[in-house]
Design a protein around this ligand. Structure first.
Ligand SMILES: Nc1ncnc2c1ncn2[C@@H]1O[C@H](COP(=O)(O)OS(=O)(=O)O)[C@@H](OP(=O)(O)O)[C@H]1O
Length: 410
């Protein structure tokens, strides 16, 4: 071999040995480093975990229309802790109190049919989560705004939709949620009427997180007729802005009755419930469906605690015929930029109501659910006329107090 004479030299042999040792240790180090990198890549890191969750939502949740998946989701939501864990503790949820509170919404006085909003915040996968929340239909409302993880703080509401039951309160809240500076609880907290003993911290905890400049809102239509509500809201903050959606008290009463009838089909007819004594024609003002429509009386109670400038009256009729117009007034009242305009609405012929072209946080059109816009039973026209006569003086008083003619007696 050509090299043998060189290696035969003892000096060359020692150099060769040293070279061989160095090469060996270099190779060992390289092998060690390689194994370490490999091992690290198989270890779970926080970033990978959340990516996985985002991936899960992305791949699994785009098909949420399937009933099976909705059920699965319902299970997750009824066990908020589960989703909380799955999302590597990066999913936020409304407290258990919210869920407990929603039960009470099924009561007949509850107004809404238990709309419940679930909000999740995960970094990076807003659109997937939107699908998650938007398509959930289990007595839910539509989803809340998504904000980056942990951002903002829960605040007591600065504005509350206090009524009236069946006035169009859900439509107003859903439309307002399109505004980036409004964040709202979907379910009705019923804090100032039924849950006051739970305390303000309980109430605050129901609220979504808001960033600087965003307004926190809720709606509970029974507040308007709750004697204690104005004093209690004023005690929380004298600056609270209150909004009342009012609707012709006669159609409001029929709508209220229609809702009760849908849950208890055996109740007496509207006509018989209207009168204390049908022959004398004496109206039963103790029936809540009638009582709620005496707006002037209820407003009187609110005026003991709130100046007129802090109360906004929205016409339930105009909210249907000109939603953008009414929303413009509400945005002004809340001191917000008029972002919600007629571009946001379209009239859905099938539903017979205005709907959102794009629901908040979504690219899909959105109409209110089946419990909104029910078909009313036919009521004896004589009874309707009797009710019109009954409400007229109260309506006149109400127009006078609010400075707005709502046109119910034309
Ligand atoms: N855009 C749109 N879509 C559907 N429904 C609409 C809309 N705007 C107003 N309304 C009217 O809202 C009525 C229900 O009022 P509320 O949401 O205040 O009811 S509740 O008190 O919360 O149960 C509901 O009453 P009914 O028609 O008697 O079902 C509707 O007339």
């Amino acid at each position: 071999m050509a090299f043998s004479p060189v290696l035969a030299d003892p000096l060359s042999r020692s150099i060769f040995k040293k070279f061989a040792v160095m090469l060996c240790s270099l190779l060992t180090t390289l092998y060690f480093l390689h194994s370490l990198t490999d091992r690290c890549s198989t270890m779970p890191s926080p970033v990978r975990a959340s990516d996985q969750v985002a991936g899960l939502f992305a791949s699994d949740l785009h098909d949420l229309r399937s009933v099976r998946r909705k059920r699965l989701l319902q299970k997750w939501i009824s066990k908020p802790g589960a989703i909380y864990r799955q999302a590597d503790r990066q999913a936020t949820r409304y407290g258990g109190a919210m869920f407990a509170g929603s039960e009470s919404l099924r009561e007949e006085h509850g107004g809404d049919d238990g709309a419940l909003r679930v909000e999740l915040s995960l970094p990076g996968s807003v659109s997937n989560l939107d699908i998650l929340t938007r398509d959930v239909d289990m007595r839910t409302g539509s989803p809340g705004k998504l904000s980056p993880l942990g951002e903002g703080t829960k605040k007591l509401p600065q504005a509350i939709i206090i009524g009236v039951k069946k006035g169009g309160t859900r439509a107003l809240l859903e439309f307002l949620r399109v505004h980036p500076d409004i964040r709202a609880v979907g379910a009705e907290p019923h804090f100032f009427d039924r849950n006051y003993d739970n305390g303000l911290e309980w109430y605050r905890d129901l609220m979504p997180k808001t960033l600087e400049g965003q307004i926190t809102m809720e709606k509970t239509p029974s507040y308007f007729v709750t004697r204690e509500a104005p004093a209690r809201i004023s005690a929380m903050s004298r600056d609270t802005k209150v909004i009342v959606v009012v609707r012709d008290p006669v159609t409001r009463a029929i709508s209220d009755y229609t809702q009760t009838l849908s849950k208890k089909p055996d109740i007496p007819s509207f006509e018989s419930l209207t009168f204390k004594n049908r022959t004398t024609g004496l109206i039963d003002t103790s029936w809540s469906a009638i009582q709620i429509g005496i707006y002037a009386k209820h407003l009187d109670n609110w005026l003991q605690y709130f100046p007129m400038e802090q109360i906004l009256f929205v016409s339930g009729e105009r909210l249907i015929s000109d939603p953008a117009g009414e929303l413009g007034r509400v945005q002004d009242f809340l001191g917000l930029k008029r972002i919600i305009t007629d571009k946001h609405f379209y009239f859905n012929q099938t539903k017979g109501f205005p709907c959102l072209k794009k629901a908040e946080g979504s690219s899909k059109p959105h109409c209110l659910g089946k419990t909104k816009g029910r078909v009313h039973p036919n009521i004896d026209p004589e009874v309707v006329q009797r009710l019109r006569d009954f409400y007229r003086p109260f309506n006149m008083k109400f127009y006078q107090m609010t400075g707005r003619i709502f046109g119910w007696d034309d």
